[in-house]
Design a protein around this ligand. Structure first.
Ligand code: ASP
Length: 320
């Protein structure tokens, strides 16, 4: 069972944006902003001194892994880094998932897990009885810390999270970051999400119904001409190649919608922000990077570290 945060993060597993509420998100954002000032001071902090967090990554990751690692170290904590345990550890000898979680739980104060299967983080949270588990991406399921940093980035710009219009482009079916972000936005009123993708990459029916029931106005579009000119943010994503069983199917749908200077001048507005969870693989042209509205290689990345610093400090009970 997943606990709701309700303003108290201590000891709680962080598996889904369903667990959040506006008050808890606000608390996290306030602390993330303090973390950004702290990270700029050369001295750093010892808030997580004496704690060990295991980073258990069953799936490739460079930025999420690096962001967690940097966040922990900036607060004086330590990490045990387990990358690809299915290849390099006892998992390759046939150890069960349960046993692996139990072993690393006993070394650590918290477990951060990334896994290719949807639901694996929840399963790990159920197994680990003594330490909090943080989902760093479970297959096509969710990626809560990405959504938290995305929400914080939007909040930093607009100072509110209600009454927003967002354009999401790319892979709605397999992309976990879109789902987590929509789940986060569903806690606020007046959200309209335009979902721009080929038919084959539209949200699964179950997710569509879930978001629609949560109060978000969802508008599925298949042509760039339907992009609204009054959006607050564009959230571009890559087509998730690793979720396709056939390369030919991937080739058919990849990069149908490319964010270019032309697209931006046709449908963008001056206050818009451009976001992407990264890595990008051709769906945003590199000459868009210099545009002031492009945050994906700027504050969006930095905010990831600040939000993870704040989240770890709260979950580990170092800040109330
Ligand atoms: N880094 C993000 C994720 O792990 C986005 C992506 O891989 O496309 O889901």
């Amino acid at each position: 069972m997943l606990a709701h945060i309700n303003g108290n993060f201590k000891g709680k597993d962080i598996v889904s944006l369903r667990q959040f509420d506006p008050h808890s998100l606000q608390k996290l954002f306030t602390l993330a902003s303090e973390m950004s000032s702290l990270a700029k001071k050369a001295k750093g902090s010892n808030l997580l001194h004496g704690t060990i967090t295991t980073l258990l990554f069953y799936e490739p990751s460079s930025r999420t892994f690096g962001s967690f690692s940097a966040a922990i170290k900036r607060l004086g904590g330590q990490t045990v880094d387990i990358i690809n345990p299915q290849v390099f550890s006892s998992v390759s000898k046939g150890e069960s998932f349960e046993d692996t979680i139990r072993v690393f739980e006993s070394y650590s104060n918290a477990l951060v897990i990334r896994h290719p299967e949807k639901g694996a983080a929840l399963k790990a949270a159920d197994i680990a009885a003594f330490v909090p588990v943080i989902n760093a991406g479970d297959g096509i399921g969710e990626h809560p810390t990405q959504a938290l940093l995305d929400l914080y980035t939007i909040y930093e710009k607009f100072h509110h999270l209600d009454n927003l219009i967002g354009v999401f482009a790319g892979d709605m079916l397999n992309g976990r970051t879109v789902k987590s972000l929509l789940r986060g936005l569903s806690h606020y009123k007046g959200i309209t999400a335009y979902l721009l993708s080929p038919k084959a990459l539209q949200l699964a029916k179950e997710d569509y119904n879930d978001f629609a029931a949560s109060g978000i106005t969802l508008i599925q579009i298949e042509k760039e001409e339907d992009i609204p000119k009054n959006a607050h943010f564009w959230y571009w994503t890559r087509v998730q190649k690793e979720r396709f069983s056939s390369l030919a199917d991937y080739e058919k749908v990849k990069n149908k919608f490319i964010l270019s200077k032309r697209l931006l001048s046709a449908y963008g507005n001056k206050d818009l922000i451009l976001m992407h969870p990264l890595p990008r693989v051709g769906e945003i042209e590199t000459d868009v990077d210099e545009d002031k509205r492009a945050l994906y290689l700027r504050s969006q990345v930095r905010n990831g570290m600040y939000v993870r610093m704040a989240l770890l400090a709260l979950v580990l009970g170092k800040i109330k």
